[in-house]
Design a protein around this ligand. Structure first.
Ligand code: HEM
Length: 216
């Protein structure tokens, strides 16, 4: 039997997933010790990234992207609601903006070479699985009630598994075997780009905290 695209994606990006999970940012997020300013900065970076990804995917004319994308995958409005919950946050740092702009450049390059963009969709949709696990930790860490401030982390509520199964089915049906390697390579690139955004936030936050302590 020929290997499916989603099986190749899972095995081909496994090392990137392990790497991102082990970053100081994700370790702090998963242990409920990430400062709230860094959490909000992540939402701020992600909303720019998702405004680009949602828009490129929704407007795509490539048949494979059209077959996978559905309007209920849109994430920017969830991030907007989460950001609104936190009100006015500290302005973005230059490093954070720079890393996000570079990630969007890479996403743009991918969207110019469809169906590579599906590598990004795989990564962001797959991340909702970890999000379901992280959401209660985040809510406890920042004293958030209901889904206030955590809508992005639980976009599908209790239907996360069904959503993921649907995305995988559509990915497997839509992408030609000749394009599989390019989509897997793009997914690895997306993991690294997202990791760079979070690292830029973590480094800025660490500096900010040390500076604040030194100034006391
Ligand atoms: C502390 C952070 C994270 C934790 C604890 C975590 C946890 C998980 C878990 C439990 C799964 C389900 C695994 C399975 O069904 O076998 C998963 C899947 C996945 N996660 Fe994460 N995750 C984290 C961060 C991320 C991030 C930041 C991204 C992307 C930027 C990401 C992308 C994915 C993808 C694409 C999958 C699907 C893998 C597949 O093909 O089955 N994860 N994650």
């Amino acid at each position: 039997m020929t290997e499916t695209l989603t099986h190749k994606l899972r095995t081909g990006t496994n090392h990137e997933h392990r790497k991102i999970e082990q970053t100081p940012f994700m370790r702090a997020l998963a242990s409920g010790t990430l400062p709230v300013a860094a959490y909000v900065a992540q939402l701020r970076g992600y909303i720019l990234l998702h405004a680009a990804l949602d828009g490129r995917a929704a407007r795509a004319t490539d048949p494979a992207i059209r077959a996978v994308w559905r309007d209920d995958l849109v994430k920017a409005p969830l991030l907007e609601a989460d950001l609104a919950h936190f009100g006015r946050a500290r302005p973005a740092s230059l490093a954070e903006l720079d890393a996000t702009a570079r990630a969007i450049d890479e996403l743009d390059e991918a969207s110019a070479l469809p169906p590579r963009l599906l590598g990004w969709l795989y990564v962001t949709e797959g991340s909702t699985l970890g999000g379901a696990f992280l959401r209660p930790i985040v809510a406890r860490a920042y004293g958030l009630e209901g889904d206030h401030g955590t809508r992005y982390y639980a976009p599908y509520g209790t239907a996360a598994a069904q959503h993921w199964a649907g995305v995988k089915q559509r990915l497997d049906a839509a992408v030609q075997p000749a394009d599989h390697d390019a989509v897997v390579a793009e997914a690895c690139r997306a993991f690294r780009a997202i990791s760079s955004v979070c690292s830029a936030i973590a480094i800025h936050e660490e500096f900010h905290q040390q500076y604040a302590l030194a100034a006391e």
